[in-house]
Design a protein around this ligand. Structure first.
Ligand code: ADP
Ligand code: ZN
Length: 825
């Protein structure tokens, strides 16, 4: 029967294009009813099925009336949001990222939003043990709650069965909001800063005269007198005195000490808060010194006709103080501020400083936060809450739903950790932040003591404003840098283990003065290589093409690329002789040597073995700040913007490995690392010392570090980059193939090399195998495309994309993982 009587509206069909959180290249089209189309807005989520039976939270990207031509549009399951969770500016930013970094919008979507927004049929949910207030729950919610009592984790499929319905995403979302359940990602600890109680004389007794008075006053209270006398003994060590230590040393109970505090003879304090007060920090911003004032003026002038400026300020010049002035002004205009930091776990100091000024206008976004915490920050930014006026965080913070950014600060802009390596999108957060700034018409300030060659180049080309700040605050001098020739020292037998007599002497002098020391060794573990002295064999990782590193404390061999580990063998696996020896050295070995060399001092170690967990870094940093540690040895983590008052000496145990990396950025990176580590020395009053041990004291980079000659380093590196066709002149796209089967990777890369050479000719480098050519049983091969200054980037990417599609249409190549990395590091 013909049906001509249908309402006209049903002939008008509506469609939405959605972003699925999976790596498919394009958006996908679904059909919606007119009512749904009227209700939906870009940036809302809808539940859709895709593939056989999978359900995803997809994001609406477009609403239109054009049916897809290649497939029949399915209906959506349901709408998940009342309002968009992603705004139009973000979508534009995502499009830029997808196109620039050659990835799918789905990759960006997955990286950008907290995983709680990405419910899908495979998601596993867990019950929140601490939830008990079941009165809050609706009938359906209660059913799920009950099911979770029987079985602590459920998939969304199982929940569908419990409720006997398909549309379960909304009720799950409500249960997450009510904290009844959560999505498991990683375990997170809760942390309370360690508040060690310290003791000092009450301010009434800080002069000598009053001390006499005090002792005579206590003449008849023997125990109390003993406490005071012990206190003065301990005080000669010139270190903060723990209440507990005073009690132990004097043999007097904590109660009696407490009584002395009540009498206002002593007072308790906590070093954390005291450190801040000690410098006279109040809530108002500090007054800038004359050089900072000038820098601020120059930045503001440059912002009149440029959107981006580089603040090139030496370590401890007070860049942070300059940022705060700009932040204050932007907040006064009612705009948001994004403050990017290289690695958030390391920068609790800066967070504390900014919180001290801006208090509850700051939110911190942290990839190690729980899902719920991240959703909370996301929603606060989305709803432009007061406490989300300034957002601090590492690279993924660029994805928050900002609506009116006025300023983006990228602190330590040269840091490699701004670049994401894995998974896609392989973006550089500094560069993506610059684009974000443009979309918001916001200003972008890049700060560093050692700017990346690219940024400095852009600044000298007048693309960015350039502002220099060459003096440390308080006219503290730059540290004095001494190069120690350890080849010579070895020859003269003036080395003990890995320490030259000169370094030991400097260390003794500093310890004598009750000052602290930082030692840098860019390798963790005990020794990177174990070798048989009979046959030369060294134990390898079975999954990766790399030697195992010896960790002495648990007598294990570990792989630093996968999680493989095993006991250190007694005999060589190849020849069977008991002649295994260790070569090279890491932080663990240095720590052990230090314990022998300085038995009366406390030694700390900071590397990724000792800083596991959300607050691993914080604990070590706090202990060092509280001067519980005299000598801190660590890896490059030590280079990241830490500010300690009491460090007088920085030692670099071996500069050579850094300089010899086979990478065009190796020299730049070595310079940055050494200058940054050196910058930790002598940040207040007294001039700091830096001792660099090396086999090659005449290396130009070491000379440049020792004379603090950034400009010379820059000019020389730039020359090399020009000559050998590297950034900032040429752009790089790296192509990586990975597969378990070596021959497959090899065939694939050779095919690809030919195809690329046909188009790009001499600008294709490789194929090459990386230094570690197999990781987790995957063989790896690389190709690099160099893009000359005048070649179109867009066109190059189009051609590359075409070749990639052809490659993937070859049946044997299909299982190979194909990775594109634009502006590769
Ligand atoms: P940078 O980030 O350039 O390395 P910081 O901002 O950390 O330098 O400043 C170094 C130290 O000097 C910090 O302890 C900071 O509090 C202090 N400082 C910098 N500028 C001032 C100022 N104008 N007034 C008071 N203290 C300052
Ligand atoms: Zn391995």
């Amino acid at each position: 029967m013909l049906r001509f009587d249908i309402d006209l509206n049903t002939f008008t069909i509506y469609f939405i294009d959605v972003i699925l959180p999976i790596p498919i290249q394009k958006t996908f089209t679904y059909s919606v009813t007119k009512e749904e189309a009227d209700f939906l807005q870009k940036g809302m989520r809808v539940a859709v099925s895709f593939g056989q039976s999978k359900m995803y939270s997809a994001l609406v990207f477009n609403i239109h009336q054009t049916a897809p031509t290649l497939y029949e549009a399915k209906e959506i399951h349901q709408i998940l949001d009342e309002k968009p969770i992603v705004n139009p500016t973000q979508l534009k930013h995502w499009e830029w990222i997808a196109s620039y970094y050659m990835c799918s919008l789905g990759d960006v979507y997955r990286a950008a939003v907290p995983s709680a927004f990405l419910l899908e049929s495979e998601t596993i949910i867990h019950k929140n043990e601490s939830f008990s207030n079941t009165e809050l729950l609706s009938d359906q919610e209660y059913l799920i709650y009950e099911a979770l009592q029987r079985q602590p984790q459920l998939t969304l499929h199982e929940i569908s069965e419990v409720l006997d319905k398909k549309k379960v995403f909304p009720v799950i979302n409500q249960l997450i909001d009510k904290s009844v359940l959560y999505i498991k990602e990683e375990i997170y600890e809760t942390y309370k800063p360690k508040l060690v109680k310290y003791i000092r004389l009450h301010k009434n007794y800080q002069s000598d005269a009053s001390l006499q008075e005090l002792l005579s006053k206590l003449a008849r209270a023997k125990k109390q007198r003993d406490v005071v006398l012990t206190f003065f003994q301990l005080k000669t060590e010139k270190k903060p005195i723990k209440a507990k230590v005073l009690s132990e040393k004097s043999g007097i109970s904590p109660q009696i000490i407490k009584a002395l505090v009540d009498k206002e003879i002593f007072e308790f304090y906590h070093i954390q808060t005291d450190r801040v007060q000690f410098k006279g920090e109040e809530n108002p911003l500090k007054n800038l010194n004359q050089y900072q004032v000038k820098a601020l003026e120059e930045i503001e002038t440059s912002f009149q006709d440029k959107d981006i400026a580089l603040l090139h300020g030496v370590t401890s010049s007070g860049k942070t103080e300059v940022y705060t002035k700009l932040i204050e002004k932007v907040l006064a205009q009612g705009k948001q501020v994004l403050f990017l930091l290289p690695e958030i776990a390391l920068t609790t100091q800066i967070i504390k400083r900014l919180q001290n000024y801006f208090g509850n206008q700051i939110s911190v976004f942290h990839s190690k936060y729980s899902v719920n915490e991240r959703v909370e920050v996301w929603n606060n930014v989305l709803n432009t809450k007061v406490k989300a006026q300034i957002i601090l965080g590492a690279r993924s913070t660029i994805f928050l739903p900002f609506s009116n950014l006025g300023l983006i600060v990228v602190d330590e802009e040269h840091e490699v950790s701004y670049k994401q390596f894995e998974p896609s999108p392989r973006y550089n957060a500094r560069d993506a932040a610059i684009v974000l700034g443009k979309l918001h018409k916001a200003k972008v300030l890049l700060g560093s003591a050692t700017p990346s060659i690219e940024t400095k180049f852009n600044a000298t080309q007048n693309k960015y404003g350039l502002v220099n700040l060459n003096r440390r605050h308080g006219n503290v001098q730059m540290p004095k840098i001494e190069l120690i020739d350890i080849k010579e020292k070895r020859r003269k037998k003036e080395m003990i283990g890995h320490f030259s007599d000169r370094l030991i002497q400097l260390m003794n002098d500093v310890l004598e003065e009750k000052k602290q020391i930082i030692l840098f060794q860019n390798r963790r573990g005990f020794s990177p290589i174990v070798e048989c002295t009979t046959c030369g064999n060294s134990p390898q990782c079975p999954n990766c093409d790399v030697s195992l590193t010896y960790h002495k404390y648990n007598n294990q061999l570990k792989c630093h690329y996968c999680h493989y580990h095993r006991a250190m063998p007694n005999f060589c696996g190849a020849c069977g002789n008991a002649s295994l020896d260790t070569k090279g050295f890491g932080t663990e070995q240095i720590e052990l040597e230090l314990k022998e060399l300085f038995p009366n001092h406390s030694i700390g170690r900071m590397d990724s073995d000792t800083t596991r967990g959300k607050f691993g870094y914080q604990k070590i940093i706090e202990a060092f700040e509280a001067q519980e540690i005299d000598i801190l040895v660590g890896t490059q983590m030590l280079s990241k913007g830490l500010d300690f008052d009491n460090v007088l000496l920085v030692g670099i145990l071996s500069a050579d490995t850094m300089l010899n990396y086979p990478d065009f950025r190796a020299h730049e990176r070595a310079f940055q690392l050494m200058v940054q580590v050196s910058g930790r020395a002598g940040r207040s009053e007294k001039q700091g010392m830096v001792a660099i041990q090396t086999y090659n004291p005449y290396h130009q980079i070491l000379q440049q570090v020792s004379t603090n000659s950034y400009e010379e380093m820059y000019a020389e590196q730039l020359q090399d980059r020009w000559q050998y066709h590297y950034p900032p002149y040429y752009r790089l796209i790296k192509i990586t193939l990975k597969h378990r089967d070596y021959n497959k990777v090899n065939d694939g890369i050779n095919w690809l090399a030919k195809a690329l050479q046909n188009v790009f000719g001499e600008h294709v480098l490789g194929p090459t195998a990386p230094a570690v050519s197999r990781v987790r049983n995957q063989y790896i091969k690389n190709l690099m495309i160099k893009i000359p200054p005048r070649q179109s980037l867009v066109k190059t990417k189009e051609q590359l994309q075409k070749i990639k599609i052809t490659f993937e249409s070859v049946k044997e190549f299909r299982p190979i993982r194909f990775i594109l990395d634009v502006d590769a590091y």
